[in-house]
Write a protein that binds this ligand. Sequence first.
Ligand code: ADP
Ligand code: MG
Ligand code: ZN
Length: 493
Amino acid sequence: MRVEVGGVPYEVVIGLEVHAQLATRTKLFCGCPTEYGAAPNTQICPVCLGLPGALPVPNARALELAARAGFALGCDVRPRSVFARKSYFYPDLAKGYQISQLDEPLNLGGEVRFSVESGSGLREERRVRLTRIHVEEDAAKSTHAGGRTVVDFNRAGTPLIEIVSEPELRSGAEAEAYLKALREVLMFAGVNDGNLEQGSFRCDANVSIRPEGQEAFGTRVELKNLNSFRFVRLAIEGEARRQALLLESGEAVRQETRGWDEGRQSTYPLRSKEEAEDYRYFPDPDLPPVVFDEATLAAYRGATPELATARRARWQAELGLTEYDAGVLTGHPEVASYFEQVASGLASRATLGLAVAGKKAANFVQAEILGYVEAAGLEATFPAPAAEIAALLALVEAGTINGKIAKEVFATMRANGEGAEVIVAREGLAQVTDSGAIEAVVDEVLAASAAQVAQYRAGKTAVIGYFVGQVMKATKGRASPAEVQAALRRKLD
Ligand code: ADP
Ligand code: MG
Ligand code: ZN
């Protein structure tokens, strides 16, 4: 994105800070649950309330997830990192300080890869480097209403990672694409549930502008509380335009924190950041350094699941899926693994090549399954187990049932949870392939359709479709369509 100041083109410079909640059941330094939506101040204890004398105990699972995020994003995951106290006074911080990391964060470097539509309509591959990823606890949630501020401490002490990018993004659209790619990596790594509405994936955007070609950065404004991808894009674009107008009128950009007003489609000041905040950071004396030995780090590195980008590329190469299909099937990590189970289950049951099975599984999952999937965070529920869908598709493959019957069987599977084979056997749905039985039905149909037979013989061979329909109706869809066609031709021609 470009803006102009006095006819001179200016470049927009953006660096993002993302707070992602680590998908643990309990908080970072105590055993209180992290579950969302409980009544205010019911998930608290002396540790997360910061009562005097309470001692924090690090949550090993949270540190593991933070390290795994580092590996998934190509960071240098440090064998030693240090928790520090960041002091400030605000009602959402009972202790008077937040436990975070400063000089020795867990993860250094790394990158987020994404593609974005460039001006010419082509997709451009981008890599944006990360500065660092550190571990910290969340603050409480304060709500201002009716001239009062009320505080819910359930969120206090929730484990977070803060992912800080280099100022390498250049437009609102790039920032949006970066965030979507980052969220996908974290979800596929099982680190974060990606829920923007519940605040488990939050973004602050730092925005400045500078004349194109100039190396020095302009003064940055930090945009906070951007709780949707669209708002991030719009707020960045609006803020860049605001800064250009300020410079145009001879004023300077003030370093400050601003929010996004959706109604007025503009940013507004939250607080000035002119006096450099003094957080009086120092290593937390209650917490020893976080130390991972080599074997532990190797285990975490090895536990990184195949990420969405890699799966899409592999499915396109090995299964011949289209880019679109691969994209839909990686919409959620559980959908991706469900699809893979259906494909491999079908391949082994029906002794099909993986590419053929993959294509059939992809079609069925997209057309019949996705509409019933309910995803909540990292979890998803499916209308039937993947193995049963593989069994159903294998029945079609073997010619035991046709595609139309398969849909009926699937409806029964959804309704009562039975397996495909059980339903087909009990309801006698197996396709009639016995040519004698089919011929008998064909004879009946032809005998009852003298007018159509005459039409056919007069050259209107298209009426064969009518006969097929009648035979299917008489057999409740169970006749093999190929056998019916063959029998009709034998009788009519
Ligand atoms: P703080 O912790 O006060 O927000 P940091 O130095 O950690 O400050 O920077 C935070 C973010 O701001 C990083 O993502 C960085 O890329 C971005 N950033 C720094 N300078 C600029 C700038 N001039 N324009 C846009 N983004 C910037
Ligand atoms: Mg910041
Ligand atoms: Zn607690």
